[in-house]
Ligand binder design. Structure first.
Ligand code: PGA
Length: 249
């Protein structure tokens, strides 16, 4: 039985004061007997602050990106080893905003996942179709192509990743995939993992992301292949994030 994972993606939001308040409120509201894993993926400049605030707590720390390179002349990038020094346990890779605005490709995303895994950081690999792709019936083809690149590059290590299905048209728009729509895609991804490795199919948590919120989390999380959520907007409000965490238990 897979445990659920609720990961906040703060994107480019936060401040020293806001982060402290938000973390303290989430920690204060978390139930000691909860089974779901919880993580927050913060802007890199705040990782040191969050390492101090969260070490020894039930909230794991994540980054929003990671370099595929080990070190060297890559201005602006952060290596897996650097992130590791700040207590990073998860790294989002291939978020649609990075694919869209920073030219990330299936191959570069797969290499980022590889760099994370090599350092003992769990990559949260994002896949998802655009509205045009969904409307032209290409959803399966797109998510399978995106995941295939990661499987190809990572071989048997694939059982150590987390996958996040995030339909691009649902991100930040308030339009959520229905639980049935999301489950259908999650089942496709699970079958693809199964074809690569039966261990991976059993172990890998497949999160849903895209306007998951306090009101719709329980129904999404009740689906057989939805093992958690990658939460944007609702992760910035402690009460909403706590409701989602509670729905995962
Ligand atoms: P959203 O973002 O919950 O604000 O739609 C999710 C994400 O982009 O990870």
């Amino acid at each position: 039985m897979r445990t659920k994972l609720i990961a906040g993606n703060w994107k480019m939001n936060g401040s020293l004061a806001d982060n402290e308040q938000l973390c303290k409120a989430i920690l204060a509201g978390m139930n000691a007997s909860q089974t779901a894993g919880v993580a927050v993926c913060a802007p890199a400049v705040y990782l040191s602050q969050l390492q101090n605030l969260l070490s020894g707590t039930a909230i794991a720390l994540g980054s929003q990106d990671i370099s595929s390179h080990e070190k060297g002349a890559f201005t602006g990038e952060l290596s897996a080893a650097m992130l590791k020094e700040f207590g990073v346990r998860y790294a989002i890779v291939g978020h649609s905003e990075r694919r869209q605005y920073h030219g990330e490709t299936d191959t570069s995303v797969a290499l980022k996942a590889k760099a994370a895994l090599a350092a003992g950081i769990t990559p949260i690999v994002c896949v998802g179709e655009s509205l045009a792709e969904r409307e032209s019936g290409k959803t399966e083809e797109v998510v399978k192509r995106q995941l295939a690149a990661v499987i190809h590059e990572n071989g048997h290590c694939i059982s150590e990743i987390v996958v996040a299905y995030e339909p691009v048209w649902a991100i930040g728009t308030g339009k959520t995939a229905t639980p049935e729509m999301a489950q259908a895609v999650h089942a496709v991804l699970r079958a693809q993992l199964h074809a690569a490795s039966s261990v991976a199919a059993e172990r890998v948590q497949i999160l849903y992301g895209g306007s998951m919120n306090a009101a719709n989390a329980a129904s999404l999380l009740s689906m057989a292949d939805i093992d958690g959520g990658l939460i944007g907007g609702a992760a910035l409000k402690a009460a909403d994030f706590l409701t989602i965490i509670a729905a995962a238990n």
